[in-house]
Ligand binder design. Structure first.
Ligand code: GLN
Length: 538
């Protein structure tokens, strides 16, 4: 049986449970163990797919098309293990499963209750789809003490009781503040948080203390004493200079060693931290920089484009250059402001998006990049807007648009059934917004001798999608005659996947989200190439 590591958080949220879990996973994996990471989210949404990035940051999409919490992005980036649908669950999903079963009479007349029915369903999730993994690291969202997280904490308590202490380990991540006025590090919030956890039946085995500065031995001893945890299992994590330092820092603090010791295991091989050391050095020391303008609706929210920001940094790592993200809010972006706003930009990126607000500004900016030969990368909505711009200004279809934004436009972008009259209708209606998108991994065939073919060094690729609307391929010849070629198509040749402009240094639009597959230790070729072109631009 796999060994289960449960990670809870206390005192405050945003302490970096995701990053800690991901770093631990990397360390265990690099010592020869098979690891899986899972996230349990206490909110009532069935999945984060319908949540605004304003509320919850980006929606991360997996190969198998699940719309998940952005922490799964951290997991993948640090471990290079592809997450699956079965790796993220929410309270909403748990309840919806239980209620569905109840309506079908699946509980044989019993009173359906949080304990045992909800907790049983959570325990099923924890074990689901696990085969030969050595470790399953399960992170519980939120903070201990929240009403919402209670059933999850109760479920992991039961799980440990049923499977035994030798198979389950509890890690609790807390905050250890430094009080300037008294020049002291305070352990009391940690003590309270552990007390809270113990009151619901869980004794942590390891406490990770997040702190702005190193925690002196005396304070660590205090935490050990009051929280009933061996001193070696009180691990500190001091703020790192870049997230890529996290695996190195946890290794130095012996987190992985203590975990293996707990399970009475030895490393199968020496962990390799050199790749992290190498990229940390690049990120911290590179002087040369390039400005990439990103125009989007949620640019002011830190985590709204998490994977994208990361992928651009990875592109910088590949080119030994620092990437400055110049975020431009698309709402109220006036046409006459574009020239000044893009003055110092070496590249323009229009990311994915939904809805009409701010689109005209994006379209004008794309025109500016096209006409002034500024490297341009359009992702999903960004590619769709590049098609609209080109149709209006080069094909002279003045009413060209996307039916997502304007039902009366000429649909250069639309639902398939809006333009694919003779072919097979793949999608029906846009009435139900939950779960009606093209999601997850789809193949694209790349045209020989195209820019994209050279970038990927392959004629077939698979990338992750998350969209409802498609480029109308009936206009393919018209676009291509004017120099915008459809260099990547779905295998049945129906759906344009990639567009590129000829006679331009670098102008590419992709219907998918390459950012989900970029890794710091393996930057995505599209981002590496985009940053290279931007570096050469200025
Ligand atoms: N709103 C567009 C669609 O649904 C694009 C989505 C996206 O950028 N992810 O097709």
């Amino acid at each position: 049986m796999a060994r289960y590591i449960f990670v809870t958080g206390g005192v405050v949220s945003s302490l970096g449970k995701g990053l800690s879990s991901a770093s631990l996973a990397y360390l265990l994996k690099s010592q020869g163990y098979k690891v899986r990471l899972r996230k349990m989210d206490p909110y009532l949404n069935v999945d984060p797919g319908t949540m605004s990035p304003f509320q919850h940051g980006e929606v991360f999409v997996t190969d198998d098309g699940a719309e998940t919490d952005l922490d799964l992005g951290h997991y993948e980036r640090f471990t290079n293990i592809s997450s699956k649908q079965s790796d993220n669950i929410t309270t909403g999903r748990i309840y919806s499963d239980v209620i569905k079963k109840e309506r079908k009479g699946g509980y044989l007349g019993k009173t359906v209750q949080v304990i045992p029915h909800i907790t049983n369903r959570i325990k099923e999730f924890i074990k689901k789809d696990i085969t030969n993994e050595d470790f399953v690291i399960c992170e519980i969202g939120g903070t201990v003490g929240d009403i919402e997280s209670l059933p999850f904490v109760e479920a992991i308590r039961q799980f440990s009781n049923e499977h035994g202490k030798s198979k389950t380990l509890f890690i609790h991540l807390t905050f250890v503040p430094f009080l300037k006025s008294s020049d002291e590090i305070k352990t009391k919030p940690t003590q309270h948080s552990v007390k809270e956890l113990r009151s619901i039946g869980i004794q942590p085995d390891i406490i990770i203390c997040r702190s702005q500065q190193s925690i002196p031995l005396d304070q660590r001893k205090k935490i050990s004493l009051f929280c009933n945890v061996p001193i070696d299992n009180v691990i500190e994590t001091v703020d790192v200079r870049t997230i890529y330092e996290a695996p190195i820092s946890f290794f130095n603090q012996k987190l992985d060693k203590q975990v293996l010791k707990f399970f009475k295991l030895k490393p199968k091989k020496r962990p390799n931290l050199n790749p992290w050391k190498k990229i940390t050095k690049i990120v911290l020391n590179t002087k040369k920089s390039v400005n990439i303008a990103i125009i989007g609706k949620y640019v002011n929210l830190k985590d709204a484009y998490k994977s994208l920001d990361e992928a651009l940094v990875h592109g910088g790592i590949a080119n030994n250059v620092k990437v400055n993200l110049v975020r431009i809010e698309s709402d109220n972006l006036k046409n006459n402001e574009i020239k000044t706003k893009l003055k110092n930009a070496s590249g323009l990126l229009i990311p994915g998006g939904f809805g009409k607000r701010g689109t005209e500004g994006k379209i004008s900016a794309i025109r500016f990049a096209r006409e002034n030969k500024i490297p341009f990368l359009g992702i999903c909505f960004g590619m769709q807007m590049a098609i609209v711009e080109f149709a209006r200004n080069k094909l002279k279809i003045k009413k060209a648009g996307s039916t997502e934004l304007d039902r009366k436009c000429y649909p250069v972008i639309g639902l398939i059934n809006e333009w694919d009259k003779d072919g097979k209708i793949i999608k029906g209606t846009d009435k139900d917004l939950g779960g009606t998108m093209r999601l997850g991994l789809y193949e694209a065939k790349l045209r020989n001798n195209s820019a994209i073919n050279r970038i990927y060094k392959s004629s077939s690729i698979k990338e992750r999608h998350r969209h409802r609307y498609e480029v109308n391929n009936k206009l393919k010849n018209q676009f291509e005659n004017k120099g915008l070629i459809f260099s990547g198509m779905s295998p049945d040749n129906k759906l344009p996947e990639i567009i590129e402009l000829q006679n331009h240094p670098w102008f590419i639009g992709v219907q998918f989200h390459p950012e989900f597959k970029s890794r710091p230790l393996a930057p995505h070729p599209l981002f590496s190439s985009f940053i290279k072109a931007s570096k050469n631009h200025k």
